[in-house]
Ligand binder design. Structure first.
Ligand code: ATP
Ligand code: MG
Length: 363
């Protein structure tokens, strides 16, 4: 129970095609995240699953039941799809208290009064809003309203959950806590979940599987590990990771890739190639030494940003900027010398023409 299937979904607004021939299967109980930049079609996709938007073409099945088919003229309305929804604009009923907002759908399902009271209490506890039951939405902050919307889902216990940026109005600390609550919620409900966000941390921390979307198309789908370590192309490599991946374009020459100011030795299977390559390396994968080491590249420090547990270090090799990420709270004066090293198995190689990853084995 709970599988979602999208087949050949196309959606346009006027002349703009915003979802382009999308195929997608979400398995029962899976937590799938759709991640992508603003305007790539994430909300539109979710709204089509919910039945709030009609595709121009394609078919959508929920639990083996066709809920939309352009060819067969099937359109099941949203309320008959039995989904739990939280949308970017987390519409609460303004004239109803928090308690009423949370329990409305339960009353419609003819659930007993004591069961409703239990679920309400539990849901308010989970989103840390115990004591707010009798307030009206206008008496809550944006973040609190969002948490009421989450509580409504917790109380409803649906088999399919669709969430569109449910944490976007929360401050950093609450966001981390709520992320854990959502993960727990998903585990407890074993609900099939489609989660939309442009926040990569949410995608990486919550998901069984991530879909990276850009301009209405899927750029890659995979586990959070694969998306981070084996990006299929330059778009994904750059989109995931903060601070971002370092990319160096250069010419293959004598077993090395020669960029303007640095040389990176290539593994054997690439060393024989000819032409140009783009090398990608994540900031935390570059080795750093404060003392000179043979064969390591000398660099000069620029801005240093300690973030608490880690430090982002901007350096330059000649004119080429490189970002490093080191454990710990590091303070170094600007213009200090450092030496860096690239390990073969931490590098990705991209074709400058197609932008595709040529070897998916960044460790
Ligand atoms: N009702 C509408 N009428 C016309 N264009 C629309 C409509 N809804 C969305 N669009 C356009 O479709 C594209 C995709 O929008 P969508 O809301 O799906 O993006 P998104 O990926 O959710 O972005 P964000 O991260 O900013 O929420 C955008 O270019 C948007 O301007
Ligand atoms: Mg959106």
């Amino acid at each position: 129970m709970g599988q979602i299937l999208l087949n050949g979904i196309v959606k346009s607004y006027g002349k703009e095609v915003v979802v382009k021939n999308l195929d997608l299967t979400v398995e029962t109980g899976e937590f799938l995240t759709i991640l992508g930049p603003s305007g790539c079609g994430k909300t539109t996709t979710l709204r089509m699953v919910a039945g709030l938007e009609e595709p121009d073409q394609g078919m959508i099945k929920l639990d083996d039941k066709v809920v939309f088919s352009r060819n067969d003229g099937v359109v099941v309305p949203p309320e008959a799809r039995h989904l739990g929804l939280i949308f970017q604009s987390y519409a609460l009923w303004p004239h109803m208290t928090v308690a009423k907002n949370i329990t409305l759908a339960l009353k419609e399902q003819k659930i007993s009064k004591s069961e409703i009271a239990d679920r309400l209490k539990n849901a308010l506890e989970m989103v840390q809003l115990t004591g707010y039951a009798e307030r009206y939405p206008s008496e809550l902050s944006g973040g609190q309203q969002q948490r009421v919307a989450v509580a409504r889902l917790i109380a409803l216990r649906p088999k399919i959950l669709l969430m569109d940026e449910p944490l976007s109005n929360l401050d950093a600390k609450l966001r981390t806590e709520m992320r854990a609550s959502l993960k727990r919620l998903h585990r407890d409900l074993t609900a099939t979940t489609v989660y939309v966000t442009h926040d990569q941390i949410e995608a990486l921390t919550l998901s069984d599987r991530v879909i990276i979307m850009n301009e209405g198309r899927i750029m890659q789908e995979g586990s959070p590990y694969d998306i981070y370590h084996h990006p299929a192309n330059i778009f994904v490599a750059e989109f995931i990771g903060d601070p971002g991946i370092n990319l160096f374009e250069g010419k293959i020459d004598n077993g090395k890739i020669k960029c303007s100011d640095i040389e990176i030795p290539l593994p054997e299977n690439f060393a024989k190639n000819k032409g140009r390559l783009i090398v990608g390396v994540r900031p935390e994968k570059i080795e750093v030494s404060e003392t000179k080491k043979n064969g390591w590249q000398e660099v000069v420090t620029g801005i240093i940003q300690p973030t608490g547990a880690n430090t982002i270090i901007e350096v330059k090799a000649g004119e080429t900027p490189i970002t490093l990420l080191q454990n710990g709270f590091i303070t170094l004066p600007e213009n200090s010398k450092l030496w860096i090293n690239f390990e073969h198995d931490t590098l990705s190689f991209f074709d400058p023409e197609t932008q595709e990853n040529l070897r998916n084995n960044v460790g």
